[in-house]
Write a protein that binds this ligand. Structure first.
Ligand SMILES: *Cc1c(COP(=O)(O)O)cnc(C)c1O
Length: 349
């Protein structure tokens, strides 16, 4: 174990998908978002586990990710590409049977001209101002786009993790107005949208973070454990400092453990003097600055020096660590570096 052991619980991810599937209104299909290598947990393994659990439709950010997921899943499941049909994607979309979510008139033209008859969906912008066709553009395009039989009309909520935010209702109303009466299956809700209730579910929901144990899905099972071995232990006398910039100074005789993971492994520098690691049920404070490859942890209060400490685990999820670092669970997960040894748990439930 060189820098740490990242354990990914595929059973927990599958259980989270099933729970979100049950939370989606009856008759609603539940897809799975596996972009960014399944939030960095391994798109191949995650997509296969979710297909086994019953997921039939997957979303990725770009065509290259779609190609990887297709290779993992084989023919059958639908793989939707959120960035749509970009220049240079045509062959991949065609050969690997990807379904682009077209985001502009340009993309519509490119798709219908280069791959007539090939499946596609349309992404509409209902108020986030990030991706998708806006109302006027859609009004102009809708007649001939609908003629070409899109598989899905979708949009994305900007504030779904804040149930009381006024933009939710506004986006819902815009989405209704833009899609009403088209007869095409519709999708508006990611994890946060599922939790807003059935009015947001339409025909298909698209959870991502909730599958991987992150907020806003509070009921999610934890899917990730990150265990770091102790590399060295030293006694530090009162008045002595630890780490870069001498930002932590011992007030009493202390036992400091050095662990081989740092900001190059996704343990952000903002965790310096803020995060906690765990020896089983006992918290141990991270002291001093996070270095590129190392962190230092105060283990003075432990009765025995353990072999390793957990920085993600039963007592601390990605969102807890995110709070300490001033970010969100999504960024903690997608920042976890390539040096960890990855281990998958599967088939225990
Ligand atoms: C990332 C993303 C999702 C999944 O969002 P979560 O908040 O992770 O559930 C769904 N739809 C779109 C368009 C996305 O970009």
């Amino acid at each position: 174990m060189a820098t740490g052991l990242l354990t990914i619980d595929l059973d927990a991810i599958a259980a989270n998908w099933r729970a979100l599937d049950r939370a989606s209104a009856s008759g609603v299909q539940t897809a799975a978002v596996v972009k960014a290598n399944a939030y960095n947990l391994g798109a191949d393994r995650v997509a296969r586990a979710l297909a086994h659990a019953g997921a039939r439709r997957f979303f990725v950010a770009v065509a290259e990710e779609g190609a990887q997921v297709r290779q993992a899943l084989g023919p059958g499941p639908q793989i939707c590409v959120l960035s749509g049909h970009m220049p240079g994607d045509t062959e991949m979309i065609s050969d690997l049977d990807l379904t682009p979510m077209l985001n502009s008139l340009d993309q519509v033209t490119r798709h219908l001209e280069s791959l007539p008859g090939h499946a596609f969906g349309v992404q509409l912008d209902t108020g986030m101002n990030r991706l998708g066709m806006e109302e006027a553009e859609w009004e102009a395009a809708a007649p001939f786009v609908l003629e070409a039989s899109p598989e899905l009309l979708m949009s994305h909520l900007a504030c779904a993790d804040e149930p009381d935010h006024a933009l939710n209702e506004l986006q819902l109303a815009n989405f209704q107005a833009m899609t009403e009466g088209t007869g095409v299956p519709r999708s508006l809700a990611a994890t946060g949208g599922i939790l807003l209730g059935p009015r947001y579910h339409f025909d298909l929901t698209r959870p991502g973070i909730g599958l991987y144990g992150g907020l806003p899905y509070e009921g999610a099972l934890r899917a990730v454990t990150l265990s770091l071995p102790i590399l060295q232990v030293r006694e530090v006398a009162p008045g002595e400092a630890v780490g870069y910039a001498a930002s932590w100074v011992a007030e009493q005789p202390s036992l400091i453990a050095t662990l081989p993971a740092g900001y190059a492994d996704g343990l952000r520098r903002g965790l310096s003097n803020r995060a906690v690691l765990w020896d089983g049920d006992t918290p141990c404070p991270l002291v001093g600055r996070v270095s590129m490859d190392l962190i230092t942890v105060d283990i003075s209060h432990l009765t025995e020096v353990p072999k390793s400490l957990d920085i993600l685990g039963p007592h601390q999820g990605p969102d807890d660590l995110a709070d300490a670092a001033g970010t969100i669970g999504y960024e903690i997960l997608t920042s976890l570096g390539p040096r960890y040894t990855r281990r998958y748990l599967e088939g225990r439930t």
